[in-house]
Write a protein that binds this ligand. Structure first.
Ligand SMILES: NC(=O)c1ccc[n+]([C@@H]2O[C@H](COP(=O)([O-])OP(=O)(O)OC[C@H]3O[C@@H](n4cnc5c(N)ncnc54)[C@H](OP(=O)(O)O)[C@@H]3O)[C@@H](O)[C@H]2O)c1
Length: 360
């Protein structure tokens, strides 16, 4: 029999992705009802406050939460808000906890959600990248979905899982997993100086406020860990060889000093790109994942290959398996952006809602 009670959604993180997700859920209300997919937003949390009502937040409360964030204020300042830590009181087997924070500290609350048999949907990569001993139970938790952590809305995790579930064997995953570094590489390829390409990516809003967060390669490394662990290779972040695209000496200077000094690297990158171009190759920041380990860094790729033909911020993920050989299964397209990321989270919510309804 179908569950007639709405699945309660508690959204942790009310930033760009969290807010876009709420908009998409509200816009899809009629369609969801038509499909008997009853969901109700019962909680919204930012880094300090939690707005919660197990009966469902009213449109007025949600609107007020939007206004609060537009004014750069915390949900905590709202009259009915609770301390964020109170969320554990509202977790049960009819609830999905959605982590759209960028926080390294949400693992404890996710564990509480597991203990309460709640569903969990993640856009946040951090919880899945902590030590394997701490998170292996999360990876095997049947009510966890995390599609948006790799490739935003692209169905990468779903494809990998379904290949493995149907008895295929993974040989390797090769991918360009960062829109920002993809953009940087395609601008270098066009002859732009390294420092100018970074400044351009910053100006277009493609980088984090501190571009070193992208250039360090750590975001790609985290996505690679998630893919590797999903494939059954329990690698640790410390084991990965990650090539940073900026020198160690510029690690601790201010962002503006970094942007001023980074032109010292222009000559090195111009030379690398020229050498590659002479051999009909182009630079790509890629991750290579096998059972033996992960490498994350700059590679020179045949210009005419699918990865070499990649444009701008698009992601590219090739799954090389026993069945998909010699041609891999390829997934490519926008791997970042608020709308596609929130849509990836929303699809996970819908899938999990169906699964949770089917259980009853
Ligand atoms: N943007 C993309 O294209 C993309 C693609 C894939 C995945 N993602 C991932 O999506 C996540 C969200 O990104 P975003 O751009 O929306 O970030 P954001 O705008 O910085 O928003 C983060 C939100 O999380 C809240 N928060 C921080 N710590 C929290 C905690 N411990 N408990 C509850 N809420 C907390 C923040 O609260 P305050 O408002 O109080 O600071 C803020 O509302 C990140 O993990 C990101 O890596 C993004």
């Amino acid at each position: 029999m179908k569950n007639r009670n709405p699945i309660k959604l508690i959204i942790f993180g009310f930033g760009k992705i969290g807010r876009e997700l709420v908009k998409q859920i509200l816009d899809a209300e009629t369609q969801l009802e038509k499909e008997s997919l009853l969901v109700s937003i019962t909680g919204l949390a930012d880094s300090q406050g939690l707005l919660v009502d197990p009966g469902g937040l009213t449109p007025q409360q949600i609107e007020a939460a939007f206004t609060q964030k537009q004014q750069s204020r915390s949900l905590h300042e709202m009259i009915s808000a609770l301390n964020r830590d109170r969320v554990s009181h509202y977790l049960d087997s009819n609830t999905i906890l959605i982590d759209t924070t960028a926080s390294q500290e949400t693992l404890p609350v996710l564990k509480e959600a597991m203990a309460a048999e709640a569903g969990i949907v993640l856009a946040n990569k951090f919880p899945l990248c902590q030590s394997w001993a701490d998170v292996q139970d999360l990876f095997t938790y049947p009510r966890l979905k995390y599609e948006a952590t790799v490739g935003a809305g692209l169905p990468v995790i779903a494809a990998l899982k379904s290949l493995l579930a149907s008895g295929d064997e993974l040989d390797s995953i090769v991918g360009c997993l960062s829109g920002t570094l993809g953009y940087l590489c395609s601008r270098l390829e066009k002859g732009l100086a390294y420092s100018a390409a970074i400044q351009e990516a910053c100006d277009l809003g493609f980088t984090e406020p501190d571009p070193r967060q992208d250039l360090s390669g750590m975001d790609v490394a985290r996505k690679a860990i998630i893919l590797s662990r999903t494939a059954g290779f329990p690698v640790e972040l410390a084991d990965i060889a990650v090539e940073s695209l900026y020198p160690e000496a510029l690690k601790t200077v201010s962002v503006s000093d970094f942007l001023q000094s980074v032109s010292q690297e222009d000559g090195r990158y111009t030379k690398l790109v020229k050498q590659a171009s002479d051999k009909q190759k182009v630079p790509r920041y890629a991750a290579q994942i096998t059972a033996e380990g992960i490498r994350v860094g700059l590679s020179m790729i045949e210009k005419t290959s699918p990865m070499g033909s990649l444009k701008g911020t698009d992601n590219y993920i090739a799954l090389h398996t026993r069945r998909y050989s010699p041609s891999p299964l390829v997934i490519s397209g926008p791997g970042a952006g608020n709308e596609v990321t929130a849509a990836g989270v929303f699809s996970d919510i819908i899938r999990l809602t169906k699964e949770m309804n089917g259980r009853r």
